[in-house]
Design a protein around this ligand. Structure first.
Ligand code: SAH
Ligand code: SF4
Length: 382
């Protein structure tokens, strides 16, 4: 069995090269070929000695996860479904906006946290993605976009770990993938433009602060423990007080001077005036002065099994105004890619059906892959 080089960050690749008797600068060259040029064949790597290329052919390969389908929204959002084997599929979403391109990446097949409002949570946990499977999503999307837009420069400027899964419950595989995203020889993304979103795995927030402090988003969803435990079961283990203390510790290392709180707006559940007022109290209680957090209100994306309803737009506006009037920067998330189910919590919601993955993959291929010309037009329009 040869190793997949997408599984390594630069340090890992240097260790691998060392074992082959090769110097570190060879690892840098190899890393640049893989991530900056999108190479998959060692023979393409013209500045590597032929002897090294031959050694690599017998010990290693470069293989991204298999794309099953590609959906393109009228707003330019693209959703890819990847088959990760064993009946599991994960999704990646590209969101083009003025002056930036954001990629939303999955970290697990399914999720063990089981939030009530999340369709991934309703599927249950299947398995952790490997570093290579996490990195693959960026590798694939970046080089796909460059090729089909006929551009040499970087297309993806921001990464959010907001796809399927709880990234901080897959920490050891996540970390090298984050390092590859940030590495100047890899994707060279700024720490401020790579965001890990977590439902609040407190000990791992502390680890991330030390190992790789990228921007942090915390899924809060409720102002008190009773309601939060009901919506996000992990709250029973790491209640709000511990979570907010961990947020404050994270800020010491964070690349931005604020944490983003995500708040999924659920009709009649967490969207009332008193909830907003309680949030203000909470934010003040944990403030050491000045702005230390922002709120991002996410209109709930409904799915039948949840039994929950999206807050009314007027209510979301009222809620946002109460927070803003109290001096808390608050945004309401625009839903993108509605026509292709690319919104938060809708990812691969209907994919995991172990009995019949092959049939469904075949169906997806037939119906959903759009011609490249169509894709080009739509991306340019945005
Ligand atoms: N597990 C991590 C990251 C993935 S979920 C976390 O929970 O933060 C990314 C974001 O999507 C989270 O803020 C989550 O609360 C939100 N989300 C999940 N399901 C949703 C839904 N049905 N509608 C709107 N937002 C949802
Ligand atoms: Fe898991 Fe995040 Fe969904 Fe909760 S919201 S079930 S933590 S993916």
């Amino acid at each position: 069995m040869t190793v997949n080089l997408l599984d390594y960050d630069l340090e890992g690749l240097a260790v691998f090269c060392d074992r082959l008797g090769e110097k570190r600068y060879r690892a840098v060259q190899l890393f640049r070929w893989i991530h900056q040029r999108g190479a998959t064949q060692f023979d393409e790597m013209s500045d590597l000695a032929k002897s090294l290329r031959e050694k690599l052919k017998t010990t290693a390969h470069i293989k991204a996860i298999d794309v099953v389908s590609q959906h393109i929204s009228s707003d330019g959002t693209i959703k890819w479904l990847f088959n990760v084997g064993g009946g599991d599929a994960v999704e990646t979403v590209f969101i083009p906006e003025d002056g930036r391109g954001t990629l939303c990446i999955s970290s697990q097949a399914g999720c063990a946290v089981g939030c009530r409002f999340c369709s991934t949570g309703h599927q249950g946990f299947s398995r952790n993605l490997t570093t290579g499977e996490i990195t693959s999503q960026l590798w694939f999307a970046e080089h796909f976009l460059r090729k089909h837009l006929n551009k040499d420069e970087r297309q993806i400027s921001n990464v959010v770990m907001m796809g399927m899964g709880e990234p901080l419950q897959n920490y050891s595989e996540l970390l090298p993938a984050l390092r590859t995203m940030l590495d100047d020889h890899g994707y060279g993304l700024s720490r401020r433009r790579v965001t890990v979103s977590t439902s609040g795995v407190v000990p791992m927030m502390d680890r991330l602060a030390l190992d790789c402090p990228v921007a942090l988003a915390v899924s809060l969803h409720a102002p008190d423990d009773a309601l939060r435990s009901n919506l996000v079961p992990l709250n029973k283990k790491y209640p709000i007080a511990e979570l907010l203390e961990a947020c404050n510790r994270y800020l010491v290392h964070a690349p931005r001077d604020f944490i983003t709180f995500e708040y999924c707006m659920l009709d009649g559940v967490n969207d009332q005036v008193e909830h907003a007022n309680e949030l203000i109290e909470l934010v003040r209680k944990y403030s050491s002065g000045g702005v230390w957090c922002k709120f991002n209100l996410i209109p709930f994306n409904p799915f039948p099994a949840s039994g929950l309803i999206r807050s009314k737009p007027e209510q979301v506006k009222i809620f946002a105004k109460i927070l803003s009037d109290a001096g808390i920067v608050t945004t309401i998330r625009k839903t993108r890619g509605d026509d292709i189910d690319a919104a938060c919590g809708q990812l691969a919601g209907d994919v995991k059906d172990r009995t019949d993955i092959t049939k469904r993959i075949a169906r997806q291929r037939m119906v959903m892959i759009k011609p490249v010309t169509d894709f080009d037009t739509q991306v340019r329009e945005t």
